[in-house]
Design a protein around this ligand. Sequence first.
Ligand SMILES: Cc1cc2nc3c(=O)[nH]c(=O)nc-3n(C[C@H](O)[C@H](O)[C@H](O)COP(=O)(O)OP(=O)(O)OC[C@H]3O[C@@H](n4cnc5c(N)ncnc54)[C@H](O)[C@@H]3O)c2cc1C
Length: 466
Amino acid sequence: MADVDKTADVVVVGAGCSGLRAARDLAAAGLDVVVLEARDRVGGRVFTEVTEGGAVIDQGGQWIGPTQGHLQALADEFDVDTFPTYVAGANVEVRDGQRFEFTGLVPTSDPGAAADTVAALLELDLLAQEVSPTSPWTHPDAAALDARTLADWTMEAVDSPGARNLVSTAVLAVFGCEPVELSLLYALAYAHSGGSLSSLIRTTGGAQERRFAGGAQQLAIRLAEPLGDRVVLDAPVVAIADDSDSVIVTARRARPDGSRTDWTVRCARVVVAMPPAVQSRIAFDPPLPGARDQLAQHAPMGSVTKVHAVYDRPFWREDGLSGQLVADRGALRAVFDDSPEDGAHGVLLGFIAGHADRALEAVGPDGRRAVALDELARAFGPRAASPVEFVEQRWSAEPFTRGGPVACFGPGLLTSAGPALRAPVGRVHWAGTETAEAWTGYIDGALSSGTRAACEVIAAEGRGRP
Ligand SMILES: Cc1cc2nc3c(=O)[nH]c(=O)nc-3n(C[C@H](O)[C@H](O)[C@H](O)COP(=O)(O)OP(=O)(O)OC[C@H]3O[C@@H](n4cnc5c(N)ncnc54)[C@H](O)[C@@H]3O)c2cc1C
C-alpha cells in the first residue's frame, strides 16, 4: 500500500454547496471526512464579493424560490434572511432596437409574438410534466425527444420569429446556452425538476423570487465552519485511484515557496461533488466506465458572464421601472434590479450568455463594460451609462467551474449515457447539482444531491442515517 499523507473514512472532492452538504451529513453519521477544494474559498458557483464601495454582489447563485425546501431549511437554520426581488413598475423590452415597456412575464409590444410565446411556454410546461426529472430516458418517446434540440422544437412549434427570440432569451437566462445546444429531452427534464419552465423564468412565484440578505455564499461558509480544518482549501484533486479495498485521492497542494506538491489521502469512499465537465479533468484509475466518461465529455457548461453596474441610487425606480429588461439580441438579454433591500444604492445585474458570451471574450473587460453600459443606457436612460462601480464575473474563464450556470446536455446524451449520471463507480460516488433529482442546476439541487450521495456512502459503509 502506498504511503499517504492522511487517512479518512471519506474524501469529498469540491467544497461547493453539494460537497459541503455531503460532508456535513457524513460527519453527522460519525464518519471522518476530509473535503478537498481547489479554490482558496468555499462555495464554488456561489460566491459573494463586496465591492470597494461596499456593495454586496453575488457573482454566482443568488436567488431562492418557492419549493426550494433544502435551501430554505438551511437559511432558516443559519438565520439568514431573504427578501423579495424588486419587481414594482414596468419592465423594459428592447426589440429590433426599439424600446418598449410592459408588465407581466411576457413582453407585449408585438401581440402576435406575445401570444405565441405564452402558447410555447404552456406547451413546453405540459411536455415537461410527462418527462421524469430523475429518469428522463424512460419516457416512451425518449429517443425522439433526445434526438432533437430545443431549437428544432421551436422552429417546428412556434410560428412567430419574435416568439422564438423570446424563448431563446429565456433559455439563455436559465441555461447559459443557446436552444440549439440543448437536447429537448434534457430541457424538459430540467424544467420539470424545478416544477416547469415557467417557474424557472418567473421572478415572483418562481426561481428568482427572493435573495439572501448579505449574499448567498454565507450559507456555504456556515456549512463549512463546523468542519474546521477538515476542509482543505487550495488543494485541486488531480487523481483518484480505487484499488477496490480503498481509494487514494491525490491533490496538488501549494508549498510555501509557491511550487506544488502531490498530497495524498487514503479513504474508504469518495464523493466527487462538481459538474461533469470539471470532474473530467481528474485522472481516474482504473479509468471510469465508458458511459460515465462519455457523459462527462459530452456535458459542457453553459457560457455566462454576470455583470453588475452599481449606482448611487436605483434611479430607474423613480421612473416607474422595475429594472428588468428583456432584449431580443445583444449582450444583455436579461437584466434584473439587484439593489439591496433598503435601496441604499442601486444595482443592475445583467447576464451575458451563450454565443454572445463567447463572442465578447475577444473584447476584454473594458469592451464588455462598454457594450453592457450602452445596452443598459438604451433600456434605462443615460444615467445607466455612468455607474459608480462595474464588476463582472466571467464563469467560462474559471478553471474550476468552466462556465455556467449549469451543464448543458446535448442531443442523444441522456438516452445513451443518462443512467451513468448518478450510479456509483466502485467506491466513487457522484454529487453536484447536475446529478440532482429536483431543482437540477440550482443551489437547492446541489444540497439535495449532497445528501443523496452521503446516504449512499453511509449505507455502503453500514452506518446510521444522518
Ligand atoms: C452566474 C450563475 C448564476 C446562478 N444563479 C443561481 C440562482 O440565482 N439560484 C440558484 O439556486 N442557483 C444559481 N446558480 C447555480 C448554483 O450556483 C449551482 O447550482 C450550485 O452552486 C452548484 O453547487 P455544486 O456544489 O453542485 O457545484 P459547484 O458550486 O460548482 O462546486 C464544485 C466545487 O468543486 C471545486 N473543484 C473543481 N475542481 C476541483 C478539483 N479538481 N479538486 C477539488 N475541488 C475542485 C470547485 O472549486 C467548487 O468549489 C447560478 C450559477 C451561476 C454560475
